[in-house]
Ligand binder design. Structure first.
Ligand SMILES: Cc1cc2nc3c(=O)[nH]c(=O)nc-3n(C[C@H](O)[C@H](O)[C@H](O)COP(=O)(O)OP(=O)(O)OC[C@H]3O[C@@H](n4cnc5c(N)ncnc54)[C@H](O)[C@@H]3O)c2cc1C
Length: 209
């Protein structure tokens, strides 16, 4: 399996694809201490998420995910990715999954999401933001004695956000949907300039807020 396929398929707890194997349940217990009752709770949660997504399809509306702190965001992001990988086919987009560019890993995650969409033929539904929990993330990391997940300087965050704007606008296809949420003047000017110039053809598929 190559890196893109691993990225797409590396979700331990799945929203789609039938019952879990005993091996997955053992891994949940061994690596994350997840008990049988908690797996039953996850099953109820995933049923509700699938219903919500079906209802959004029926109503032809988009769902927008809120991104939160790292300790919960990787799970939110994983469920959002699984919805996109499963349901975003044909001309369909159901969920705008949130990606926080103040996180160091977004230098890789958004490009990989794009590559996976090209390799596996699903549509992107992306809400790209900088992120709202910087102080809390840094404090949690410091207390745990680990590297902060947030870029060390604001310039690094700006570079990550703006590089992802350029990449996504250049490479996206007409069935993808991308929302850029930002108050930053330089990012909005960059978007305006690309969408009135070399990426003019992408304008109908972009929202800015
Ligand atoms: C419509 C919309 C929806 C949003 N939804 C979410 C959401 O679901 N989840 C979420 O987490 N955020 C969300 N945000 C983003 C969040 O509110 C941002 O923190 C805020 O918008 C500021 O980023 P900006 O892009 O507007 O840029 P700016 O106004 O330029 O942001 C600058 C701020 O970025 C911060 N910053 C980021 N990285 C660094 C760094 N490495 N070092 C120092 N400072 C840094 C500083 O606080 C600085 O004040 C949303 C924003 C909008 C507009």
């Amino acid at each position: 399996m190559d890196a893109v396929a691993r990225f797409k398929n590396g979700h331990l707890l799945r929203l789609y694809g039938g019952p879990r194997t005993a091996l997955i349940e053992q891994m949940c217990e061994k690596f994350a201490g997840i008990k049988t009752e908690e797996l039953a709770e996850f099953d109820r949660f995933s049923e509700r998420i699938r219903q919500l997504a079906s209802y959004a399809i029926e109503r032809k509306t988009l769902l927008y995910a809120d991104a939160e702190q790292t300790f919960i965001q990787t799970a939110i992001e994983s469920f959002g990715q699984q919805i996109a990988h499963e349901l975003h086919h044909g001309d369909k987009v159901v969920l705008m999954n949130a990606f926080q560019c103040y996180l160091k890993r977004m230098k890789n995650v958004l490009p990989m999401e794009l590559k996976a969409s090209q390799a596996f033929g699903f549509n992107l539904g992306i809400k790209q933001i900088r992120g709202a929990y910087m102080d809390e993330e840094r404090k949690i990391a410091k207390n745990a004695g680990i590297e902060s997940p947030v870029w060390d300087t604001i310039e690094d965050t700006h570079t990550c956000y703006n590089n992802n704007i350029r990449l996504l606008l250049k490479e996206m296809k007409p069935t993808d949907r991308i929302f850029f949420g930002s108050h930053n003047v330089a990012s909005v000017e960059l978007l305006k300039s690309l969408l009135s110039g070399e990426c003019l053809d992408k304008k109908p598929f972009i929202k800015i807020g």
